[in-house]
Design a protein around this ligand. Structure first.
Ligand code: CP
Length: 317
């Protein structure tokens, strides 16, 4: 594997989950692959789970790991081509990327959407430049429009917990005070759409996701109706995608918060969220603390999804 930025890069999802579960049962069996190899993790944005789980995954494989927080101690980076660099940005990404590639064997990148220019965000300008100019295999640790390591971990978690061959999985928008990217929701759609699950997306009017991500998912504007008979409820906030509202918070309607009364409409569904989560906005304490909450197993599986991707990249070096 030379690149991991979307669901297509993983190939067969069933083979990927099978391999992930083998790794989970024997996570130190491939230490020889990473010997004398170095992973560089580059963060343009904050992280808890991605940073720790990806570093742990690389260490499980015997790798050395370097972490660069671009906003803490590195030169400020210009990302646009053709600009006169007379401001506070001292270095251009087009030099920085190949330089970074000189010091490592694999690169992981986290770079969120700016949420002001939809075209720029959906062109994935930052991670695509790493893929093009680093000379190294590159994987996404969440880019502007997708978070594939999260979605892969979510898929592993669903496969571990499902009791029906074709579970009903519901992605529900939930309120949040800040403007958040669509990346987790987009990616979750993309990964659910390659399975044969019964997949439903529910959100208020105005929160429609990009059609290329929604694909063949059923969209249901009535959240309660969407929850009926569900086996997995995946909650997430995202800001508006459409037109002039791109990146805006259109609603903080707490009637969309996931609570016990709504979970009672489901078929004893599991609750899922990628974390970090705002209690009282996205979900009530009662639901996230219930025995049906999978938020911690999901986070634990981030180590496994990352290790599967890094292992495949090391095997192809
Ligand atoms: N879910 C996730 O990506 O968490 P972090 O932002 O803490 O890495």
């Amino acid at each position: 594997m030379k690149k991991f930025t979307n669901v297509q890069d993983i190939g067969s999802w069933r083979d990927a989950v099978k391999e992930a579960l083998e790794i989970k049962n024997n996570r130190f069996a491939w230490q020889h692959l990473g010997r004398n190899r170095t992973l560089l993790m580059i963060f343009f944005n904050s992280s808890l789970r991605t940073r720790l789980s990806t570093q742990k995954a690389a260490m499980n494989l015997g790798m050395n790991v370097m972490v660069l927080d671009v906003n803490q101690g590195a030169w400020k980076l210009e990302t646009e081509r053709g600009v006169i660099m007379d401001g506070d940005k001292a270095e251009h990404l087009l030099e920085a990327i190949p330089v970074m590639g000189c010091y490592c064997d694999l690169i992981g990148v986290r770079s969120f959407a700016g949420l002001t220019d939809r075209d720029a965000d959906y062109q994935e300008r930052v991670i695509s430049q790493f893929v093009r100019y680093s000379g190294r295999p590159v994987f996404s640790m969440e880019a502007a429009t997708r978070h594939p390591l999260q979605s892969f971990a979510d898929l592993i978690t669903i496969e571990e917990h499902k009791i029906k061959e074709r579970p009903k999985v519901v992605l529900t928008w939930a309120p949040h005070p800040k403007s958040l990217p669509q990346a987790v929701a987009n990616s979750f759609c993309e990964w659910m759409n390659v399975t044969d699950y019964d997949f439903v997306v529910t959100h208020p009017v105005g929160y429609e996701l990009a059609p290329e991500f929604v694909g063949n998912a059923r969209v249901e504007y009535d959240q309660r109706k969407a929850f009926e008979g569900a086996d997995f409820i995946y909650a997430k906030n995202w800001s508006a995608y459409s037109g002039d509202n791109y990146g805006k918070v259109l609603s903080m309607d707490r009637s969309w918060t996931v609570d016990a009364e709504k979970m009672a409409l489901t078929d004893n569904a599991y609750f899922m969220h990628c974390l970090p989560v705002r209690r009282g906005m996205i979900v009530t304490d009662e639901v996230i603390e219930s025995p049906r909450s999978l938020v911690i197993p999901e986070a634990a599986n981030r180590e496994i999804s990352a290790q599967t991707v890094i292992k495949r990249m090391l095997e192809d070096l």
